[in-house]
Design a protein around this ligand. Sequence first.
Ligand code: GDP
Length: 444
Amino acid sequence: MFDSLSNRLGDVFGKLRGRGALTEADVRAAMREVRIALLEADVALPVVRSFVDQVTELAIGQNVLRSVTPGQQVVKIVSDALTEMLGSETAELDLNVTPPAVIMMVGLQGSGKTTTTAKIAKRLKDKERKKVLMASLDVNRPAAQEQLAVLGQQIDVATLPIIAGQQPVEIAQRAMQAAKLQGFDVLILDTAGRLHVDQQLMDEMQAVSRAANPAETLLVVDSLTGQDAVQVAQRFTDQVPLTGVVLTRMDGDARGGAALSMRAVTGKPIKFAGTGEKLDGLELFQPSRIAGRILGMGDVVSLVERAAETIQAEEAEAMAKKMAKGQFDLDDLRTQLNQMRRMGGLGALAAMIPGLKKAQAAMAQSGADDKMLVHFDAIMGSMTPKERAKPEIINAKRKIRIANGSGTSVQQVNKVLKMHQEMSTAMKRIRKMGGLKGLGALFG
Ligand code: GDP
């Protein structure tokens, strides 16, 4: 899921982030591509429109275009807007009522309603130690009631005994009574589905809802049905007081539009994602993680946040001047390494930037780790200012002195010198790419 959308957006932002400077026209061109990518992913048109308008307005703000890393800032704006579109916060079940708390499951036939009923029961039982009772109200298909009983046995959760000929509201009432008498914490009502939304189904749903007064009414929709899923959700929203949505088959290759439109169209949070046929295939729906997955570029967002806190504007300015002159001495290297340490060390950086994983693997091979950053700082502290400014004067004798002074070895001193050489080369390359607008390019 989201693969092709993720690839498309990756291309758009790859181009943006590769640049030192951005103009308004660059941003507008990128947003046109974002718009197409979202429409192709099957996101509802009004949702796409408001998304693109909102992001464009924020992204062409002067603070963004003039910042050190405009491309990264735009990606962060997009990521924030995407998270908001998906619902911002993770929405847990709210079962804070006098037990038994009733969860009413609604949705079309085949959407995965019965499977999801069992998945939620299992989750409540395993994770929250709740005593759960499940009841099927599907009187049109006796097989549906049996299906739920079989699932109940598999997960060791009780189901209401079947009595032939009872109507949905009667079954709901009997289930509530049984739950009360037998001390169940939660009662899940699996209502009947239909192939299409029709008035009879809605009437039945409303009657059950009035009788059972559910704490949660969850609409189950199949994410593979795309725009249809969104329309179904809208019809249900108008007729039953929903509290949330469950999107099933998120493990499939749907284009993702349903997930992206659902919140905006229904105004209800997506609470769970179904991620497989097995009964443990249910995940809390986490908007920020999903946005991260769609943008497919590691946690660039928290990196930008941290970099903004860490890299002082003046430091960046001073560095930019030096680089413009083609100078990058050991003092600069020291500043850089200390910045890395303040940003959480090599590991934290690598975890956030996919591209950096390779670099880190290479560094790890050469024995680089966070402890090494501390050693490097000590080594550079043992050098004279003249040595730091002109590393080429550091001969064998000076190396021994520096190693002794910092409590390290000549080998480690050599590593610092080699690292400096490699960084200088990299810096020269960045300078050719457009100067230090480019600290961003280091990360991109
Ligand atoms: P209902 O008619 O709405 O109750 O639908 P069912 O619960 O019987 O599910 C219909 C089919 O979808 C079954 O074969 C389920 O195993 C399958 N299914 C349900 N949820 C998921 C899911 O999240 N992922 C996948 N891959 N299959 C699912």
